[in-house]
Design a protein around this ligand. Structure first.
Ligand SMILES: Cc1cc2nc3c(=O)[nH]c(=O)nc-3n(C[C@H](O)[C@H](O)[C@H](O)COP(=O)(O)OP(=O)(O)OC[C@H]3O[C@@H](n4cnc5c(N)ncnc54)[C@H](O)[C@@H]3O)c2cc1C
Length: 400
């Protein structure tokens, strides 16, 4: 039997969750399929930028997220060698956003809120333990084949959305090139309940520590500190996940690295890639399925949510307002692919270079730039609005 719905979204990560729930809220029938049992407690994104918080407010989930997160109105750049600290306060751009802070909240919390809401929605269904296998499209719709624990199920829909992450099956079946590169080093994240902030005066909840030897990012979420460091090229996976590595990383941050107990240790390959097309016909890509970037700046999930926002608006215009589907979906691709290339790729590559402060005694180029920002309010406001992704959405609106 083939089940009929209007939209199938593959992948219940934060991006698929936002897209599916927003469509259901518009009154469009949607089925969200996800191979796992439940959104996994995953230590990837933890930073929500101000414009994403505005979207969450419009979606009606902001209060729940705020209750589950930690506000970070200030973020810092610290030089591990010199101890030099520069603090940037989003209060300086409080006239540009109702939310002048980053919210530190793990991405799985959003995925869980949205799947719970969707499961009780009259226009939504969430099917865990359902994996998209393949699909065919024709002029009138898409037929989707889904593996479940008991059988292969089939759905017929107007649109299939691939929100199925970095190794997207939807992208692979479309045979779309994923242009870009993969960094040779991997990124290691370690999390601990240890109060790292007690060892640094005024440590902000988001702190970037540049260094020629080993840069590091310290990110606080409600119950944990997360530490992100790059691997050295000769370190094996076993070395990187070992207690010796854990002790060495924390010994550079607090007096007794050995005593630190970790809650998670995860290793990631890091890519800079953008799909050559974001759609073919009635099948459309969003989030990590469409673009990947390093996590410095916290743009991956946020830009994926911005894709979902843009696309759900256009699907609403098509399905509820009789809008021109070809024109609107092409517009989605032009807008969001341009932002992925011009802003997300370019800025994350620069952000990573800034962390790799050159060796030597003098101030690094990053420190000199930050000193200039600290001294000039207009420059600082411009920089913060850019890093808060406000400019990328203004630019998106300009793309015809
Ligand atoms: C260390 C690290 C830190 C990061 N920090 C940040 C940050 O602070 N801020 C930020 O914005 N971004 C950050 N990112 C990036 C962010 O995690 C991703 O951009 C984000 O998870 C993308 O969301 P998504 O929903 O597109 O994909 P995912 O979260 O990967 O979700 C994809 C979903 O699709 C499902 N799926 C897979 N195959 C199928 C299939 N065949 N059928 C159906 N479903 C399928 C998966 O099970 C998964 O649930 C970070 C990344 C890393 C590695």
């Amino acid at each position: 039997m083939i089940e009929r719905t209007r939209v199938v979204v593959a992948g219940a990560g934060p991006v698929g969750g936002v897209l599916a729930y927003r469509l259901a809220e518009m009154g469009i029938d949607v089925v969200l399929i996800e191979p796992t049992h439940y959104p996994a407690e995953d230590m990837r994104a933890s930073t929500f930028h101000p414009p994403t918080l505005s979207m969450m407010q419009e979606l009606g989930v902001l209060d729940e997220l705020l209750a589950d997160g930690l506000k970070a109105p200030v973020y810092q750049y610290r030089n591990r060698r010199s101890g030099h600290v520069i603090s940037l306060d989003l209060g300086d751009i409080a006239d540009l956003t109702p939310y002048p802070f980053r919210l530190q909240c793990e991405q799985y919390k959003l995925a869980r809120i949205l799947t719970a809401r969707l499961a009780n929605h009259k226009h939504g269904r969430v099917l865990f333990q359902h994996r998209l296998l393949s699909y065919e499209q024709d002029a009138d719709g898409v037929t989707v084949h889904v593996e479940t624990p008991l059988a292969i199920d089939h759905f017929r829909c107007d649109y299939l959305i691939g929100a199925d992450g970095a190794s997207s099956t939807v992208r692979k079946w479309l045979d779309i090139e994923f242009d870009g590169f993969t960094y040779p080093e991997r990124f290691l994240t370690l999390s601990t309940a240890y109060p790292i902030h007690e060892h640094y005066e005024g440590l902000a909840n988001v702190s970037y520590m540049s260094d020629a030897q080993e840069w590091c990012v310290l990110l606080r979420v409600p119950k944990l500190w997360r530490v992100l460091v790059p691997s050295q090229l000769d370190e094996s996976e076993t070395d990187l996940l070992s207690d010796a590595k854990k002790t060495a990383v924390f010994a550079g941050l607090v007096p007794d690295g050995e005593a630190i107990e970790t809650y998670h240790r995860t290793l990631y390959r890091v890519h800079q890639r953008v799909a050559r097309n974001f759609r073919r016909g009635r099948v459309v890509l969003v989030g990590d399925a469409a673009h990947l970037n390093n996590p410095l700046g916290g743009f991956g999930m946020n830009s994926g949510i911005h894709d979902a926002w843009n696309l759900s608006t256009k699907l609403g215009e098509i399905m509820l307002g009789g809008g021109d589907a070809e024109a609107l979906l092409d517009h989605y691709e032009r807008q969001r692919r341009t932002i992925a290339n011009e802003f997300v790729q370019a800025q994350t590559i620069k952000n990573k270079q800034a962390m790799e402060a050159p060796a030597g005694d003098g101030p690094s180029p990053q420190e000199l730039k930050m000193d200039e920002l600290a001294a000039d309010l207009d420059m600082r406001r411009h920089y913060m609005a850019q890093q808060a992704m406000l400019h990328s959405l203004e630019r998106e609106a300009e793309i015809a």
